[in-house]
Structure formats: C-alpha cells, structure tokens
Design a protein around this ligand. Structure first.
Ligand SMILES: Nc1ncnc2c1ncn2[C@@H]1O[C@H](COP(=O)(O)OP(=O)(O)O)[C@@H](O)[C@H]1O
Ligand SMILES: [Mg+2]
Length: 276
C-alpha cells in the first residue's frame, strides 16, 4: 500500500487557519512579494497550494533550477508555454497576463544559492508573487510568513489530528480505536508538530501499531521509516530532510548546529549562547 497516497495527500490542511488569514490579508493589499519560510516538512508547499486553490494560480516548483534562466524555463513549462514565449521576462509577463494569472507561486527557492537575489525581478510577472524557502530571503518589500510547527498541545491538538487522519487514510480501521488517543497525542508531541514527521509516523503506526511507534520514537525521530517512496528524496525521511537543509549551511553554521545538537529537545536562547 502506498503510504502517501493521493487520498492522504489531498486531505485538507489541518490547523493553518491563522496562516491562511494572513495570506488573504497580504493578497488584499500586497506591497511586495510574500515569502513562506521555515524548515523542511513544515508544510510550506501544502499551505501555498491550499491558498492558491481559490485563486487563478500558477504553481512552479524550482527544486532543480540553479539559475535565473532555469527559473524562467520552469515558469514557462508550468504555464505550458512555447520556448519563445518563455525565453524572456517580458514574454512571460505577456503570457501570464493573457492567462489572467493573479498568483504566481515559486516553490523551493532555497537551493538557488546566490541566484536567490535575482528573484525579486519575478514580481513583474503577476500582481501577487509568493515564494517558499527554507532560508531567510530578505527581498525588498517582502512580507514574511515564518511558518511554525503545528500545535502539539493540548491532547487533541492539530498535530495529533493530522497524525490520526493520515494513519486512517492508510488503514481505515484506525478511527474506531479510541483507546489509542493518548498514544497519538504522545507521538504527535515527539514529532514537534512537523507535518512531514507526522506523515512518516503514521506509516510506522500502520506497520507496527501506535504503542510500539511511541516507544521507538522515544529514541530518535530519525528512526522513522523511509518508505514514502513517492515523495522527493529530501522528504522521504527526516534524516534526508535535515541533510537537504544541512548542505546550505556554511562551515561556521554547521559547527553551530553540531554544538546545539547536545540538546535533546527545545532550548532557550541563553542555553544556546552557553553551548556555542
Ligand atoms: N497543515 C497540514 N495539514 C495536513 N497535511 C499537511 C499539513 N502541512 C503539511 N502537510 C503534509 O506534510 C507533508 C510535508 O509538507 P510540505 O508542504 O511538503 O512541507 P514543506 O514544503 O515545508 O517542506 C506533505 O505530505 C503535506 O501534504
Ligand atoms: Mg516544499
């Protein structure tokens, strides 16, 4: 059985009402581009897609682009344009205008490296341009939406509900098992409310049950399975997701993260200063 089936993928967004309201506020009065940013697996893409559903949206994944020109090509492909139309910014502008695109979403810009600085030029392409990124961008006039993990408390938190729904999509008999509720809340808490980790935990529950999953996760989130094989590599395991982010860090930042890894869980700013 495919763990991340179309059915589980298409389930509605859980617990992002406030974020959707913030996006609507920006949409009503955009003063520049909007950037949804945060670590891998937090739900940046899912949020942008959900928001785009009610708009005339062009959604462009630039995961494999390494230059501004690649980004233009990716936009052209997403809009199903001929090569000539897509070759220049002006050509794209005309084409998107003709198609009445009101929201352009450029997903996964973090791996463009220094080329990220060229992306504000895309704001001429549509009245609303949105980016998702694992890194802070600092574009002129940008509105930032720093995405947070889903709440893991109280007991029936958004994170626990997402876990239950994901697991139920894999194994429909789950919904009846009321005695598992406490375990689901416990597992949700260990994932820190990261939707990607919740999805992986749901796969594990469907294989070994909630009780065993909860005790396995007491050791490490990295033990979650690697069987979400229809996801991009960087989203198959928490390990690969962290790896993807790790390679964008410079040597100093990598050293800092290593020093902070001595904390098993959350820590304060003062604790961090002491550790560094
Ligand atoms: N609020 C949410 N409710 C339900 N599923 C979610 C939510 N946020 C993310 N997901 C799911 O979690 C997984 C990771 O989310 P994704 O948007 O790909 O993360 P990101 O783009 O931040 O790396 C996807 O399967 C996505 O559908
Ligand atoms: Mg994404």
């Amino acid at each position: 059985m495919t763990a991340f089936s179309p059915r589980s993928e298409s389930s509605d967004l859980i617990g992002r009402e406030q974020e959707l309201r913030e996006l609507e506020e920006w949409f009503a009065k955009p003063s520049g581009p909007l950037v949804i940013w945060g670590q891998g697996g937090l739900g940046k893409t899912a949020l942008a897609r959900e928001f785009g559903k009610s708009k005339a949206t062009l959604f462009v994944d630039v995961t494999t682009a390494t230059s501004f020109d690649h980004v233009l090509v990716a936009i052209g492909e997403a809009a199903k344009l001929g090569y000539d139309e897509a070759a220049t910014l002006l050509g794209l502008q005309q084409a998107l205008l003709t198609r009445k695109i009101e929201l352009l979403v450029i997903d996964n810009i973090e791996q463009l490296g220094e080329e990220i600085a060229t992306l504000p030029r895309l704001t001429s392409l549509a009245s609303h341009v949105m980016f998702t990124s694992r890194l802070l961008t600092g574009f002129p006039l940008e509105t930032q939406l720093a995405l947070q993990p889903l709440p893991i408390a109280p007991n029936w938190s958004s994170a626990a509900i997402l876990l239950l729904l994901r697991e139920a999509a894999i194994d429909p008999s789950t919904m009846a098992e009321g005695e598992n509720l406490a375990l689901y809340s416990k597992i949700a808490a260990v994932t820190d409310g990261i939707p990607l980790a919740l999805g992986l935990a749901a796969i594990q529950i469907s294989k070994v049950g909630a009780a065993l999953t909860a005790s396995q996760l007491e050791d490490s989130l990295l033990d979650l399975p690697n069987e979400a094989s229809d996801r991009p590599t960087r989203q198959r395991t928490m390990d690969e997701s962290i790896d993807w982010s790790w390679r964008f860090l410079g040597a100093d930042d990598q050293r800092a993260v290593l020093s902070l890894s001595l904390f098993a869980s959350t820590f304060t700013f003062e604790d961090a200063l002491e550790a560094l």
